[in-house]
Design a protein around this ligand. Structure first.
Ligand code: TXA
Ligand code: MG
Length: 343
């Protein structure tokens, strides 16, 4: 298949450039599009044949449900049982990098929810994503636009590396501003549970909902045989080809000494805070030590770049647990298959 490439600079795009992509979605095709979190691989969420193509293109297990993307908060209510807690979250954080799992009204294509009686809904804030949803006139079912298990795409180049020739179109909207997938919170009769941390932090959710439980699989490897609350929270995920090791130290000096030594072996890739190792071709700066939002923006790209440059092993600092650190730690633990190097 020849994949159509569309340039849509979010600062200055002409909505007309998305007309063809809206038609592709309406006709049951697949379009990769930018969002503020990561690039999504979209299909008409009411067309089961189209949705099944997503699973095939990504090599995604059939039991892993998809998020439904809407142009407005009001539109979510046709597909999900939205309660007061949902509207309180929506007032505070939507549109934005938040997904809410609610009881499904059974109106979407069955493959979207993979047999669950709940459905995940999200209203992205990215202007290109919003315009594409509006033009297609449908809720768009979309997982991240990567081959299953690989780091999520934060640039259109990442999407084409994985899916060029496999999907109908790729819309290039530049770099994603958050860089990690949306926060997922589940609302049910047991209360609110954080299934996946992201740009809307746990602290922000608590400020609106009061009490939010954290699903055990957010920071711990799933128990063998246990059914995770969110089927996507597998042991190894978001992973580069080379093994990743998370480095934990009680002082910056120890951490930078370790990175400096590691960088002397050209087969190692060192992902570190700015200045923690002398700059050279196998050293990748992830941002100022205290700027977790920058680390989030750069992480998935650096994992891919280290792979492309042929690294045999990758070292990166273990993030903290608060604010955006929780989302970083969740992704990095999985990318590292829980390998931690304590200094
Ligand atoms: O930022 C994002 O959320 C991106 C962009 C494209 O919107 N999408 C994304 O989708 O990360 P995906 O498919 O890579 O991750 C969705 C996660 C999976 O872990 C899936 O298991 C979970 O959401 N999920 C979807 N529906 C669910 C449901 N009804 N109950 C529990 N988990 C659900
Ligand atoms: Mg994904």
């Amino acid at each position: 298949m020849k994949t159509l490439f569309i340039n849509a600079d979010p600062e200055a795009f002409n909505p007309e450039c998305l007309t063809d992509c809206g038609e592709i979605i309406k006709c049951g095709g697949l379009v990769a599009f930018p969002t503020e979190t990561v690039y999504g691989l979209g299909a008409d969420g009411t067309n089961d044949v189209a949705v099944k193509k997503i699973f095939e293109a990504k090599g995604r297990p059939q039991n892993n449900p998809l998020i439904l993307h809407f142009a407005s908060v009001e539109d979510c209510a046709a597909f999900a049982e939205c309660d007061e807690r949902f509207f309180a979250l929506a007032d505070a954080f939507m549109p934005g990098p938040l997904t809410v799992v609610l009881p499904s009204k059974g109106k979407c294509a069955p493959s979207v929810t993979a047999g669950l009686d709940s459905v995940a809904v999200r209203v992205p804030i990215h202007p290109v994503a919003r315009e594409l949803i509006r033009l297609s006139g449908k809720p768009i079912a979309a997982p991240s636009a990567n081959i299953s298990g690989k780091p999520s795409p934060t640039l259109a180049e990442h999407v084409s590396a994985d899916l060029d020739g496999v999907i109908d179109a790729i819309i290039d909207g530049g770099a994603c501003s958050v860089g990690l997938e949306s926060t997922i919170v589940k609302l049910d009769e047991n209360g609110a549970t954080l299934l996946r941390p992201g740009g809307i932090t746990l602290e922000m959710l608590i400020s609106v909902l009061g009490d939010v439980a954290v699903a055990p699989e957010v920071l711990a490897p799933p128990e063998p045989g246990a059914v995770p609350l969110s089927p996507g929270m597998l042991l190894k995920h978001y992973a580069p080809n080379a093994p990743l090791y998370l480095v934990r130290a009680d002082s910056d000096v120890k951490m930078s000494e370790f990175f400096f030594e590691a960088s002397k072996d050209a087969e190692n890739a060192v992902i570190c805070f700015d200045g923690f190792a002398p700059k050279q071709s196998n050293v990748y700066y992830i941002g100022d030590k205290n700027d977790e939002f920058e680390h989030a923006r750069r992480l998935f790209d650096l994992l891919r770049v280290a792979d492309t440059n042929g690294a045999k092993r990758i070292y990166a600092p273990m993030p903290k647990r608060d604010g955006m650190g929780l989302a970083l730690q969740n992704r990095m633990l999985r990318a590292a298959a829980f390998r931690i190097k304590d200094l």
